[in-house]
Design a protein around this ligand. Structure first.
Ligand code: MV4
Length: 516
């Protein structure tokens, strides 16, 4: 086993990998940029190496600097986390050439999946079901027109090098095709340096369901569990769960077997995710494969009991998978909420800055993976993910109730966060019934917010009042059990008392929209 691993990432995922290393008796090396000198991942690691300025190309995306940091620190392996260099085949190859183990799949697997057209050609050969469409790039508008005619409108134009919605265009009729083709091609060229575009049949409001797979370097590939990831906004996932309530055991087995076939076709090792679009008739279609550990991996860990990061490290060290397909048993339910530093009242605009107060939920079934702490300044240079709040329970209803309870305990002061959005989602009747598709969140955000006056006012206030008393018990404070019974007006009085103003509480309260 490795003695020392460099974590080529930051934030909560760097912390997550450092935790796995520590549990395995492996030393960890953090890397950091100028704005991350005091970041949590640097404080938690055994060693740290400075990279450079905040700009990712000078730090977390800089291959020579990261390889040099690995050499200097004596790390034998690099964990890339997600984002940054995690799906960069060139980086994986550079690690191999430098004699450092890349904790992830081979550069060859990453290259096959990096091109959507290449992937579709391979999947066609392997008889994997994918959305009807072409398996080659469109050479001209004329070719695109005749292909779209044979598939039938509406169709989607997609960039071969794309993913996450970039270079993608919906075309409803032949009249729209020429301009959409131009737009998709030039967007793909600008974003990926590759103008190639292909065509698929459009699936109306599909669900986005993905299957976690795992391969080792001995040719074994297994599937773990699917995740429901339809709750997203502008291709940014907001809430994920496992298992997907729309997927029955037979469908799960069929999807899992297809996902394993995808993995075997790509000669895949380590953690990977096979994405599917699922239509209302429960047909599922291969969409793309992500060749990395994903943000939402914890919900799979909760329902399978498997530590995916530890498994990644073992497999990268050459160990065979310690479990067989029949050993995987799903138990209970799990939901993850992505807590972002962004302002729900201002179009989810990023809201970085100093975290002046942080009160975190805990208790039964609650896990929080975070990269921040009270007093730290969240930089504006990177993804604004602050934490993932993950709940586990016997069933979906218990998980929803646990999350609603945990949100009552959550307070982040000094910056705006999207916490209030989760109250709306978790209270929504469609969400509660499991009726979600990729249009769900846009529909919810277009409805006027029905102010659940009691919840809306009480929620932040209870956490805030608890915080005040925890920090500075005022003379004659009520016993904690009475806090819950405080009326908004009484609590607001507490907030505006001179003692609380002195401790900076008013600003925090106002930033959360309380006490106005
Ligand atoms: C689609 C689709 C409907 N039909 N393809 C968006 C991101 C990219 N990876 C694939 N995407 C979609 N492809 C066909 N043929 C709808 C989407 C889509 C979507 C997919 C997954 C998660 C969220 C989404 C939100 C809007 C559209």
């Amino acid at each position: 086993m490795f003695k020392r691993i460099l974590v080529a990432n930051r934030g909560e995922i760097a912390v997550r990998v450092i935790r796995a290393c520590r549990e395995m008796g492996i030393e960890s090396v953090a890397v950091y940029s100028d704005v991350d000198r005091r970041a949590l991942h640097v404080r938690m690691a055994d060693f740290c190496e400075y990279l450079g300025p905040a700009q990712a190309s000078e730090s977390y995306l800089n291959v020579p600097k990261i390889l040099e940091a690995a050499r200097r620190s004596g790390a034998e392996a690099i964990h890339p986390g997600y984002g940054f260099l995690s799906e960069n085949a060139g980086f994986a190859r550079a690690c191999r050439e430098a004699g450092i183990v890349f904790i992830g799949p081979s550069p060859e697997s990453m290259e096959m999946m990096g091109s959507k057209i290449k992937a579709r050609q391979q999947m066609k050969k392997a008889e994997v079901p994918f959305v009807p469409g072409t398996d080659h790039g469109m050479k001209s508008v004329e070719e695109a027109l005749s292909v779209a005619e044979s598939i039938g409108y509406p169709v989607m134009l997609k960039a071969s090098a794309g993913g996450g919605g970039k270079g993608m265009r919906l075309v409803s009729s032949s009249a729209e095709l020429a301009s959409a083709f131009e737009a998709a091609t030039s967007e793909a060229q600008r974003a990926f340096g590759d103008p190639e575009v292909y065509i698929e049949k459009f699936i109306q409001n599909p669900r986005h369901v993905e299957m976690q797979i795992f391969g080792d370097t001995h040719g074994n590939v297994i599937y773990l569990a699917e995740r429901e990831c339809s709750v997203q906004r502008r291709h940014q996932k907001v809430l994920e769960e496992a298992p997907c309530s729309f997927v029955d055991p037979d469908m799960r087995r069929r999807m899992g077997e297809v996902a394993v076939k995808v993995g075997k076709t790509a000669n895949y090792s380590n953690a990977g995710t096979v994405e599917f679009l699922v239509d209302s008739e429960k047909n599922f279609y291969f969409l793309e494969m992500n060749t990395r550990l994903q943000v939402e991996h914890p919900v799979t860990e909760m329902v399978t009991g498997i530590d995916l990061v530890q498994l990644q490290i073992r497999v990268a060290a050459g160990e065979p998978l310690p479990i067989k397909q029949q050993d995987i048993v799903l138990r209970g339910h799990s939901i993850e909420l992505r807590v972002y530093a962004e302002d729900p009242d201002n179009n989810f605009f990023p809201s970085p800055g100093r975290i002046t107060r942080l009160i975190a939920p805990s208790g039964p079934g609650i896990r929080r993976d975070t990269g921040v702490y009270e007093g730290w300044v969240v930089p504006l240079d990177y993804d604004p993910l602050l934490a993932k709040l993950i709940a586990y329970g016997e069933n979906r209803t218990q998980v929803i109730n646990r999350l609603r309870r945990a949100l009552l305990e959550y307070f982040i002061g000094g910056i705006k966060t999207n916490i209030s959005l989760f109250r709306r989602i978790l209270l929504d009747p469609d969400f509660q019934a499991g009726r979600v598709d990729t249009g769900f969140l846009d529909r919810l955000l277009n409805e006027p917010a029905v102010a659940d006056e009691r919840t809306a006012r009480r929620v932040p206030i209870v956490a805030l009042a608890a915080a005040i008393f925890a920090q500075q018990p005022p003379p004659g404070a009520q016993p904690a059990r009475n806090l819950d019974g405080l009326h908004a007006a009484q609590t607001a009085t507490v907030l505006h008392s001179s003692a609380n103003r002195r401790s900076g509480w008013k600003a925090a309260a106002l930033s959360e929209g309380v006490g106005r």
